[in-house]
Design a protein. Sequence first.
Length: 134
Amino acid sequence: MITRETAGELLARIPVSVPDQPEGESPTAVKASPFTGAERRVMGILTVPKWQQGMDQGVLPRAYQDILDVVRDAPGPVRAKQIAPRIGLPAETSKIEGVRSKLKRLVERGWLDEGTPGLFTPSHAWTANSAKSP
């Protein structure tokens, strides 16, 4: 509880800047992004947003982007133990389990598919969207 209060106080001190805001317009008049609600929340719950049409992997934390790069570049479905060394982690059980939990989170949020338990591939919707992007 004390940590949350301290974090809240620190976050309140950070000035809020609004990019490309016309002069004289209040910060509350900022237009909503098509991804409103998908941004990272500082205090906890959502760091991996649900995939939406037009969203690219740049909205994800770096570790998740690295995992998506490995899965996307693989010739077929991959396992967590194959991904861990490719993103610079040792092939230790604890590291592999951490990667597995990230993979499962990416499946839940629509970025990846898990057709067979333990085998991960890019989501069909995400790869179709990525193919249309330059």
